[in-house]
Write a protein of this length. Structure first.
Length: 125
């Protein structure tokens, strides 16, 4: 004998789904701490560290050729140009929270947002 879901079961499942959806949206928009700098590495080697508070375009040069352009604007870092064929790094959304990254595999470029309010306090104390 099969038991069907009743009206109360549907209400319970709907409520659980709604709570999970609201939690996911909250975490997406408000989860994670804002970063202070974007650190760029090429093939694991440090290339540069750039403040997210200062708007600028960073030309990433490998050899004698500009391979990527990183735009820092309104506290976010965004890869706007790349000479790689797949353009996946350009299609990634801008990053601004700690530990978020943009990766360009063909050029071996990694941009990671680091630092935050806790990091600032640690450097002072």
């Amino acid at each position: 004998m099969k038991k069907r879901l009743g009206k109360n079961d549907g209400i319970l499942l709907g409520t659980i789904f709604l709570v999970l959806a609201v939690g996911a949206v909250w975490f997406y928009f408000f989860g994670g701490e804002k970063g202070i700098v974007a650190e760029v590495t090429i093939d694991g080697q440090h290339y540069g560290t750039y403040s997210l508070k200062e708007d600028r375009d960073v030309k990433i040069i490998i050899g004698e050729k500009v391979t990527n352009i990183l735009r820092i604007h309104n506290g976010e870092a965004d890869m706007t140009e790349a000479d790689c064929p797949d353009q996946l790094c350009v299609r990634q959304r801008a990053v601004s929270k700690q530990k978020q990254t943009i990766v360009c595999l063909p050029n071996r470029v990694v941009v990671e947002v680091i630092g935050g309010e806790d990091a600032e306090l640690d450097s002072i104390t």
